[in-house]
Design a protein around this ligand. Structure first.
Ligand SMILES: NC(=O)CC[C@H](N)C(=O)O
Length: 228
């Protein structure tokens, strides 16, 4: 599997994402792909890391959404390749309209940085099949604009179509329905505010993020590697 970790000016989760992929999955190639790149067509899975792309000016993700690489990210997402956006990556996916809704400042207007409870609401996606439905994970958050907002119709659709993949165990930032992560309609694009790539090793507090990465790899392997 060839994985692309997209790097924007201001990304800060790119190294963690790279570490999660190279040290915990058998992904053959993991490349840092700069925001100026014109194409990610050669990659099987695309990862948008956390950070403060373009200094979070205007709104988080609002400028990154126009980076040259995004045209190709959108094209590959529409072909059905797995695309994972974490934190700022999620914000960019929202701004790019690959996912519905928007992010507002956290309800207390404070940047929050701590490990929280995260519920697995849908364990039937290419990202979450290694988890149990209803499982409670411990995953760190680190954001100032994680207050997910969408209109009533969108919320009802997300619920009805099982596209709410993760919720917070409690109301941490004001998000509608305590939403922590959602997918697109096809299920191949996941945006989530908690950082699974920072929950890979018990020594750092949790290894609950591991299965997300190993499962993306497994999903690809099951479709591309012939076993006897
Ligand atoms: N770790 C992140 O990606 C968080 C930064 C994000 N731009 C924010 O809302 O603060």
């Amino acid at each position: 599997m060839k994985a692309a970790v997209i790097v924007f000016p201001g990304s800060n989760g790119d190294m963690d994402m790279y570490h999660a992929l190279t040290d915990f999955t058998d992904a053959g190639t993991v490349d840092f792909v700069p925001h100026t790149s014109e194409t990610v067509e050669a990659y099987d899975a695309i990862f948008l890391p956390g950070g403060f792309s373009y200094g979070d000016y205007l709104r988080s993700g609002a400028i990154a959404r126009f980076a040259p690489v995004m045209k190709s990210v959108i094209a590959e997402a529409n072909k059905g390749k797995p695309v994972l956006g974490v934190c700022n990556g999620f914000q960019i996916l929202l701004e790019a309209n690959l996912l519905p809704g928007a992010m507002k400042r956290n309800k207390h207007l404070k940047y929050m940085c701590r490990t929280v409870d995260v519920n697995v609401e849908n364990a039937d996606t290419c990202f979450t099949r290694a988890y149990e439905h209803g499982e409670r994970l411990r995953i760190p958050i680190a954001h100032g604009e994680g207050n997910y907002e969408c209109d009533e119709t969108t919320y009802e659709t997300l619920k009805a179509d099982n596209r709410i993949v993760f919720t917070y165990g409690s109301d941490v930032n004001g998000s509608v329905g305590n939403i922590a992560g959602i997918t697109n309609e096809a299920g191949n694009v996941l945006g989530m505010m908690p950082h699974p790539e920072r929950a890979m090793e018990a020594i750092l507090g949790s290894e609950d993020g591991r299965r997300l990465f190993t499962n993306i790899y497994r999903h690809w392997r099951d479709r591309h590697v012939v076993t006897t």
